[in-house]
Design a protein. Structure first.
Length: 1043
C-alpha cells in the first residue's frame, strides 16, 4: 500500500513537470503499474484469507475489504475490455463512428494514396496500441518496439521503431544553438509540457525499406513501396458503431444576462436498421444508453469565420457548429458498482458491528468515563491575538471564467448609448401607469437647481481638509437611507442578481482588504465612488504589499490612492480620459500611468511565467480600473432590459438628454425618467454630504426601488431573499464563528490541562457551560451555511471558500455531536473548525456566491462533496489529538503524573475512532466521486490530481490504522506520530493540488496560496521538533483493551 501510494503521488508531480501525456504513458498506462494493481488486489485477498483463518469471519470487516477487491477487478475489466472515445456531430449531421480517446499507430496499405476503394485493393491492418517502455528524462521520450511480420497483399510487412523524441525541446535547443544564446529554464518548462513528439519508424515491405517520421499531432506519413503505398498515422482510431446518431438541434441555455452556460443539450435521433428511430435529449447528467454504449454531453464547437473569430446571429448569440459527445463501452461498470455498493454497506456495518475495532475502542472510552480532558495546541494561540483578516476577490473563481471584476467589460451596451430595447416581458399598461405616477418626480428634479448651486462651491474646494470633511459627511448618512441604497439590485456578469450591499462588500474587500476602512462602511464606499469620484481618487485606500511597486509609485505608506498611480503633472489627462474617453486621450492616459510598462509586460506573459511582481502589478491595475472616476457605473448593471439581460447606466458624463428625447417614443419617457433619476441621485448624495440633508436622497432611492420591482420581472429578488442576503452580509457569521471556536478551544485547554496536571476533576457546571457555548456557535455556523445555501440557490460547497466553510462545520460536528463525551475531542474540534475558517478568510479564496457550471448541477456531486469534505474534519481531529498526545508525552512522569499516561491512552483511542470514521467517509466519498464522474461524463477514474491524492490519503491512513497489526513496541507513540504526519496527505490533497500542482479539473488557483505554503512549512518544522521532544519519553506500552 505504501509503494502504491508513493507511485501515484509521484505521478502527480510528473504531470506538473511534463504534462498529463507523459504521466499517463510513464506511470498510469505502464505494465509495472498494472502489475502493482494486481499485486494490491492479491495482497488484499491474501490478508483476508489469513484473517479468516486466525480471527474467524467478520462480516463487516471482510465485506468492506472484499468490496475493494471487486472494485479492482471491475477496473481491470474496464481497462482491458472497455474503451472511450468522442463522437462529433455537426448541426443537422449524422455519424456512426467514434474517435478513440487513446492514441494508436494506425497502418494503411493501399494501391493509391487517399483512395477509398474496395476491400480487394485496400487492406487496412488492425490498428494497434503498443505499451511503451519509456525511459523518462527531461528532454527525451524513447521507445522501441517491433510489429510482428504480417501479410499485406500476400507480402510481408515489418515495422520497427527507431526513436521517439520530444520535438518541442529539440527545436528549442536547435534554435538556441543557431542564435548562439542560452536557454531560459522557463522556456524548457513550457516546452516540456507541449507534448509534441516525433517518432522515427523503419518500415520494410516487399523487400523495400524506408525510414518514416511521424508526429503525434495527427499528420500522416506516406511512403511508396513498389506499386503500394503505406500510410502511418499516430493518433486516435475510428470505431464504427452498429447504429447511427443524428443531431436535430443543439441548444445552449445561459444564465440570465450572461454568457455563462447554465446547461447545454443535444437533441439527437438514434437510427437503427433493426429497431427503427427514436429521439433523445442528451445533456449534462442525462445520458443516452443504447446497446452497451453510453453517450454523454461533453462540449461543443462554435462557428468561426476565416479569421478565426466567433460568428453570431442577429441577436448576438454564438452560432454552434457541432456538439461533442463522449462515448464509452464499459463492461466493468456493473462489477465496479457492485463493489461500490458493498463498500458503502461494509463501511456502515463497521461502525455498528459489535465485533468491529470501532466498537471495541468505543467501549473502552466509555469504560474510562473520561469527562475532564481538553485540547492543547499552543502555537495556535498566537493566531487568536492576530488582527481580523478578510477574504478579498483577487483569486480566480475555479467554477467559471466570468470574474465580477473583469478588465474587459461589455461597455457598449449601456444607457449612455441611448439603448432603447423594448422590455417585452413587461405589461405596457403597468409601465405607462408607473411613469405617469412619477411625473411629479421629474417636476421635483427641476426644484433641485438651487441645491446644486448651493453645494457647488463646497465641492469646488479640493484641499485635503475639504475632502476629509466631505468624507466625514459621507459617513453620516442615516441607516434608513443606507439600507434603501443597499437593497437596490444589480446583475453580476455571471448573470446572478444580487444586492448593491453584496457588491459593495465584495468591492471594498477587494480594494482595501477590509470590510470597513477608517470608519467608512462598504455601502458608503460605493456611494462615494458613484457620486464623489474625484474625492475618492485622492484617498489612500488601495492595499499594496509589494515594496518594489511602492518604490515605483514613490509612496512610503502601505496604502496608495488612485492619483498615486499617475504622474502628478499629467493628472488632467487622466481625468479628461475618464470623463470622455477616445483614442487620443487614451494615449495621453498611458503616458501618465506609472505602471503602464509593467502592466503591458505582465499581460504578454503566460500565467505560468508571471512572477509575484507581475501578479501584484496586475491586481493593482484591476483596482485602478475600478477606482477610475466614473468607471464604476460600467460595472453596475442596474437597469432591467430586454429579456433577462440587465444593463449599466454607463458614463454619467456622456448621457445626452437631447438625444434621448429624439429616441423611440415608446421608450422616451422611461429613458428620460432614468436619466433624471441618475442626475438627482448624484446631486442629492452630494447635498447630504455637504449639508446633512438626506431626505430627498431617501425619496430618490425609494423611486428606484419601486422601478426595479416593477420592471425586474421574474429575476427580481423577492423580499425574503433580499432580507436574507442583507442579514448574511451584516452578521458575518463565519468570521465571527472563527474567533468563538478558537477562544472556546483555548479556554477549555487551560482549564483541562491544569486539571490533568493537578489530577483534579473539571467542575461539571463549567464543562457544560463551555459545551453549551460551543454548541451555540455550531448552530450559528450551521444556520449560516443554510442561509448561504438559500441565498445562492445551491449547496454551499461549490468552490474553495465554501468547501473550507464546510470542512470547519464537519470538524465542529465531529467533536460537538459525535464525540462530545470527550473534552479533548470537543476542544480539538473547536480549534480545527476555527483554523479552517481562518484559512478561508486569509484573502486568497473568493467568498462570492456564484452560479454553477452545468457539470456541477448533479445530486451525485452534492453527496460526493458532502461525504469527502466531512471526512477531512474527522481526520483533522485525529491530527489535533495526535498533537495533543505528543505534548502530553513531553509531560510524562510515571511516578508523579500517572494520569498523563491514562489520558494519552484514552485520547489515542478517541483519535483512532475519529480516524476510522474519517477514512471510511474518505473511501466512500472518493468512490462516490467516481459515480458522479461516470454519470456525468462517462469516466469514473481519470487520474486527475485531486482524485489521485484522495487515493494516496486513503492508502496513507489505511497504513496508519493497520500498523498495530505489526505489534510495534511503543504503539501509542508510534500511532500518534503517524496520525500527525498522515494529515500532510490531506493538506496535499486540498492545498497542494489547488495551489501548488495546479493541474487537473479540481485546481482552484495555482500560485495564489503562497502564504498557506509558507505556513505549512513552518508548521512541519514545529511538528518535527515536537516529535523529537516526545521521542525522549516514548516508552509507553499499550493496554490489552487498546491493542
Amino acid at each position: 500500500m505504501v509503494l502504491y501510494a508513493a507511485c501515484i503521488g509521484w505521478a502527480t508531480f510528473v504531470e506538473k513537470e511534463y504534462g498529463s501525456i507523459v504521466a499517463h504513458d510513464v506511470i498510469y498506462a505502464s505494465w509495472w503499474f498494472e502489475l502493482l494493481n494486481a499485486w494490491l488486489g492479491l495482497s488484499l485477498f491474501g490478508c483476508m484469507l489469513k484473517s479468516v483463518k486466525y480471527n474467524g469471519f467478520k462480516v463487516s470487516v471482510h465485506t468492506f475489504h472484499f468490496a475493494l477487491i471487486v472494485i479492482i477487478m471491475g477496473a481491470g475489466i474496464t481497462r482491458y475490455y472497455g474503451f472511450e472515445g468522442n463522437m462529433v456531430l455537426e448541426d443537422g449531421g449524422s455519424s456512426s463512428f467514434i474517435e478513440s480517446r487513446d492514441n494508436f499507430l494506425n497502418v494503411l496499405v493501399s494501391n493509391d494514396v487517399g483512395e477509398n476503394g474496395t476491400q480487394s485493393d485496400i487492406l487496412p491492418l488492425d490498428s494497434f496500441k503498443k505499451g511503451y517502455d519509456i525511459s523518462l528524462s527531461p528532454y527525451v521520450r524513447f521507445s522501441k518496439f517491433s510489429l510482428d511480420t504480417k501479410e499485406a497483399f500476400d507480402k510481408p510487412l515489418s515495422i520497427k521503431s527507431v526513436s521517439i523524441i520530444n520535438y518541442s525541446l529539440s527545436s528549442l535547443f536547435e534554435q538556441a544553438k543557431n542564435e548562439n544564446r542560452e536557454i531560459d529554464p522557463k522556456e524548457i518548462d513550457a516546452k516540456k509540457r507541449e507534448n509534441h513528439y516525433l517518432a522515427k519508424f523503419e518500415v520494410t515491405y516487399d523487400g523495400i525499406t524506408h525510414t518514416m517520421l511521424l508526429s503525434n499531432r495527427g499528420e500522416r506519413a506516406i511512403a511508396r513501396f513498389g506499386n503500394r503505398f503505406i500510410t502511418l498515422s499516430w493518433g486516435p482510431k475510428f470505431i464504427q458503431l452498429p447504429f447511427e446518431l443524428k443531431l436535430d438541434k443543439f441548444e445552449v441555455i445561459n444564465y440570465p444576462g450572461s454568457q455563462m452556460p447554465s446547461s447545454f443539450a443535444s437533441y439527437v435521433r438514434v437510427i437503427d436498421e433493426t429497431h427503427g428511430e427514436y429521439p433523445f435529449k442528451i445533456f449534462m447528467n442525462n445520458v443516452l444508453d443504447y446497446k452497451g454504449y453510453r453517450f454523454f454531453q461533453s462540449e461543443y464547437r462554435v462557428k468561426r469565420d476565416e479569421e478565426g473569430k466567433e460568428m453570431h446571429d442577429e441577436n448576438g448569440m454564438p452560432l454552434y457548429a457541432a456538439t461533442i459527445l463522449s462515448v464509452n463501452n464499459d463492461p466493468g461498470k456493473i462489477p465496479t458498482y457492485i463493489g461500490y455498493t458493498l463498500l458503502i454497506l461494509g463501511a456502515l456495518w463497521l461502525l455498528f458491528d459489535n465485533d468491529s475495532r470501532f466498537r471495541k475502542l468505543s467501549n473502552y472510552v466509555k469504560s474510562q468515563k473520561v469527562l475532564s480532558i481538553a485540547f492543547l495546541f499552543c502555537g495556535l494561540a498566537l493566531f487568536q491575538l492576530s488582527t481580523p483578516l478578510y477574504a478579498n476577490t483577487e483569486s480566480k473563481n475555479i467554477e467559471s471564467d466570468t470574474s465580477e471584476f473583469s478588465q474587459e467589460l461589455p461597455r457598449k451596451k449601456s444607457l449612455d448609448s441611448v439603448n432603447s430595447e423594448k422590455k417585452s416581458h413587461l405589461d405596457k399598461q403597468l409601465r405607462e401607469k408607473y411613469i405617469q405616477a412619477n411625473e411629479d418626480f421629474i417636476a421635483h428634479i427641476a426644484t433641485s437647481k438651487e441645491s446644486a448651486e448651493k453645494i457647488a462651491p463646497i465641492f469646488a474646494d479640493m484641499s485635503d481638509e475639504a475632502i476629509r470633511e466631505r468624507i466625514e459627511g459621507l459617513k453620516k448618512i442615516p441607516n434608513k437611507t443606507l439600507k434603501r441604497f443597499a437593497k437596490i439590485q444589480i446583475q453580476g456578469f455571471d448573470g446572478r442578481i444580487k444586492l448593491l450591499d453584496t457588491y459593495s462588500d465584495e468591492l471594498m474587500r477587494k480594494v482595501t482588504g477590509k470590510k470597513e476602512f477608517k470608519g467608512l462602511k462598504h455601502n458608503q464606499f460605493l456611494l462615494g465612488l458613484m457620486t464623489m469620484p474625484e474625492d475618492m481618487a485622492k484617498l489612500r485606500l488601495i492595499k499594496v504589499t509589494n515594496k518594489e511597486i511602492l518604490d515605483i509609485l514613490d509612496v512610503r505608506d502601505s496604502y496608495v490612492s488612485f492619483e498615486d498611480l499617475f504622474h502628478k503633472d499629467r493628472l488632467s489627462d487622466v481625468y479628461a480620459f475618464s470623463i470622455s474617453p477616445n483614442a487620443e486621450r487614451l494615449e495621453k492616459f498611458e503616458k501618465a500611468y506609472k505602471l503602464y510598462h509593467f502592466v503591458n509586460t505582465a499581460l504578454k506573459k503566460r500565467d505560468s511565467e508571471r512572477n509575484e511582481f507581475d501578479k501584484q502589478v496586475l491586481r493593482l491595475h484591476e483596482k485602478m480600473d475600478l477606482l477610475m472616476p466614473f468607471s464604476i457605473w460600467y460595472y453596475l448593471r442596474l437597469i432591467p432590459a430586454d429579456g433577462d439581460s440587465w444593463i449599466p447606466f454607463g458614463n454619467p458624463n456622456m448621457l445626452d438628454i437631447t438625444q434621448i428625447q429624439q429616441s423611440n417614443p415608446e421608450d422616451r419617457k422611461e429613458l428620460t425618467l432614468l436619466v433624471y433619476f441618475l442626475e438627482d441621485f448624484r446631486l442629492q448624495t452630494r447635498v447630504g454630504v455637504a449639508l446633512g440633508e438626506w431626505e430627498k436622497l431617501n425619496e430618490t432611492l425609494l423611486f428606484y426601488n419601486r422601478y426595479q420591482a416593477l420592471v425586474g420581472g421574474s429575476l427580481y429578488l423577492n423580499p425574503t431573499l433580499v432580507e436574507s442576503e442583507l442579514f448574511l452580509n451584516k452578521t458575518d457569521v463565519f468570521p465571527v464563528s472563527q474567533y468563538f471556536y478558537l477562544t472556546l478551544g483555548m479556554l477549555l485547554f487551560f482549564i483541562a490541562f491544569i486539571a490533568i496536571l493537578s489530577n483534579k476533576q473539571i467542575p461539571k457546571w463549567l464543562g457544560k457551560t463551555c459545551y453549551i457555548l460551543l454548541f451555540c456557535v455550531f448552530v450559528a455556523h450551521t444556520l449560516g451555511l443554510i442561509l448561504r445555501w438559500y441565498v445562492g440557490g445551491h449547496a454551499p460547497w461549490s468552490n474553495a471558500y465554501e468547501s473550507m466553510l464546510y470542512i470547519a462545520w464537519a470538524s465542529a460536528l465531529s467533536g460537538v455531536i459525535i464525540l462530545r463525551k470527550s473534552y479533548f475531542a470537543m476542544c480539538g474540534a473547536s480549534f480545527l473548525a476555527g483554523m479552517a475558517l481562518m484559512v478561508a478568510h486569509w484573502g486568497f479564496m473568493d467568498p462570492q456566491i456564484g452560479n454553477l457550471q452545468p457539470v456541477l448541477q448533479s445530486y451525485w456531486l452534492n453527496i460526493h462533496v458532502a461525504v469527502i469534505v466531512a471526512s477531512y474534519g474527522f481526520l483533522g481531529l485525529s491530527f489535533m489529538l495526535g498533537i495533543t498526545n505528543l505534548i502530553l508525552f513531553i509531560f510524562r512522569n510515571q511516578q508523579k503524573r500517572p494520569q498523563v499516561d491514562f489520558a494519552i491512552l484514552t485520547l489515542s483511542a478517541i483519535s483512532e475512532m475519529s480516524m476510522i470514521i474519517g477514512i471510511l467517509m474518505l473511501v466512500v466519498g472518493t468512490f462516490l466521486g467516481g459515480v458522479w464522474a461516470n454519470e456525468s461524463w462517462g469516466r469514473y477514474w481519470g487520474w486527475d490530481s485531486k482524485e489521485t491524492w484522495s487515493l494516496v490519503s486513503v492508502g496513507v491512513y489505511a497504513c496508519v490504522l493497520h500498523v498495530r497489526l505489526l505489534k510495534p513496541l511503543y504503539l501509542p507513540y508510534i500511532y500518534n506520530v503517524l496520525a500527525v504526519l498522515a494529515f500532510s496527505s490531506i493538506l496535499m490533497t486540498y492545498f497542494g493540488v489547488n495551489f501548488y500542482l495546479g493541474t487537473g479539473m479540481h485546481a482552484y488557483a495555482q500560485g495564489e496560496g503562497d502564504s498557506v505554503n509558507r505556513l505549512i512549512f513552518i508548521s512541519l518544522a514545529l511538528i518535527f521538533i515536537l516529535v523529537a521532544l516526545a521521542f525522549m519519553k516514548r516508552k509507553l506500552l499499550h493496554t490489552k483493551e487498546t491493542h
